[in-house]
Design a protein around this ligand. Structure first.
Ligand code: GLA
Length: 379
């Protein structure tokens, strides 16, 4: 990829890049919608990345190109304006440029820019966090600034929340920033505090991307966010992480039906994350897998962010040999299911799952097999 992006940069901008960076996508391992509730979450940085190459310009122009769009977009460094239509992918690097200033850091003025990726977009693998972090590292290299990793992660999240406009938590950027091969990233989102937990080398990830997306997905994510905050308020706590399971049960009759279900999901899910951390120490991936599938059931019945397509895949996978567990990964309301498998699970089994899905829903899901990879870095 390093050669590929350098060659593309040369082709587009007629010279060599000065800096190249990369940042991985992530799989939400367990901890569904716990991050913005101040809870804990486990994620895996994967061996698929967004790569960014940059070189400074002296004329105050910023020239953006990506293999995704195939077009150069030229913007003056004097204005940072939200882009629409074909150029909207540039909102990720632009959001990072705007966020640098909020964090009292310098944003580079003119530069040439290229992004390439082997991370599919829209598969729930956080290509947005990856482009934010790779861009952030590239901009920091251009300006010779060296803030710590946590600041880089927060800059990415700030770009997503305030420029792109998604009220996400810190999971995606945190995992892309703190990822480590053969490890999971553990985030205690209230701090936030970041840590890594070893993952047995036999752990394999398979992603089944349904390409289905609820028409109102952004609105539904925001709605769940709001319901969680309302449930916390009704329980007399600042964030749901502060509520105990007993408190939620005791308040069952006074909470609205939805508030009770959302709160129960979040409180139970945080307990499952902590249990997964404990079980991972023993290396018993089957037990971890049961927690993953239990997480899905909770998303399905309590948080209600699953779909018939995702449920079908989880049911089918959970009953398949060599699969430890399966669950929806990411925001939900469509998107992808991830399965944690042993190395014995192979392409033939994955294709059989896809064929059964196609027989029911008429279209095949994309299948991606991946392992863990290292977090964002300058290369
Ligand atoms: C999306 C968001 C994350 C997190 C998950 C749900 O991926 O970007 O911050 O809230 O949904 O766990």
């Amino acid at each position: 990829m390093k050669q590929k992006i350098a060659a593309l940069f040369h082709q587009v901008h007629g010279r060599a890049p000065t800096f190249i960076t990369r940042a991985p996508g992530r799989i939400e391992f367990i901890g569904n919608h716990t991050d913005y509730n101040g809870g804990t979450v486990l994620g895996a940085s994967i061996d698929r990345d967004v790569w960014v190459a940059v070189a400074p310009r002296t004329d105050g122009l910023r020239r953006f190109y990506s293999d995704y769009s195939g077009k150069v977009v030229e913007l003056s460094a004097a204005v940072i304006e939200k882009q629409t239509g074909e150029a909207s992918w540039i909102n990720y690097p632009l959001g990072v440029l705007a966020a640098l200033l909020v964090f009292k850091l310098q944003a580079p003025q003119g530069f040439d820019y290229v992004a390439v990726s082997d991370l599919p977009t829209g598969a729930g693998l956080s290509s947005s966090a990856a482009i934010e972090l790779a861009s952030g590292l590239a901009f920091l290299a251009l300006t010779e600034q060296h803030p710590d990793r946590e600041t880089l992660v927060k800059i990415g999240k700030h770009a997503e929340n305030h420029f792109v406009g998604v009220p996400c938590g810190i999971l995606d950027q945190g995992v892309s920033g703190f990822g480590k091969k053969d490890h999971l990233v553990f985030i205690d989102c209230k701090g936030p505090h970041f840590d890594t937990v070893p993952l047995p080398g036999s752990a394999n990830f398979w992603i089944f991307n349904t390409h289905t997306k609820h028409a109102l997905v952004d609105g539904l994510y925001a709605a769940r966010h709001r319901e969680c905050m309302e449930a916390a308020k009704a329980l007399g706590v600042g964030l749901l992480v502060e509520a105990t399971s007993a408190q939620v049960e005791a308040a069952k009759t006074v909470l609205s039906g939805n508030a009770y279900k959302r709160a129960k999901h979040v409180v139970d899910e945080i307990a499952r994350v902590d249990e997964a951390v404990a079980v991972l120490k023993t290396g018993e991936l089957d037990k971890v897998g049961h927690l993953l599938t239990a997480s899905h059931r909770s998303s399905q019945h309590l948080f209600e962010n699953s779909t018939p397509e995702l449920d079908f895949l989880v049911d089918r996978l959970a009953a398949t040999l060599n699969v430890h567990g399966a669950r929806l990964t990411g925001g939900g309301f469509g998107g992808a299911v991830m399965a944690l498998t042993s190395p014995a699970f192979g392409d033939a089994q994955a294709q059989a799952v896809a064929a059964d899905y196609a027989a029911k829903f008429g279209a095949r899901p994309d299948i991606l097999h991946m392992k863990t990879g290292d977090g964002a870095e300058r290369v």
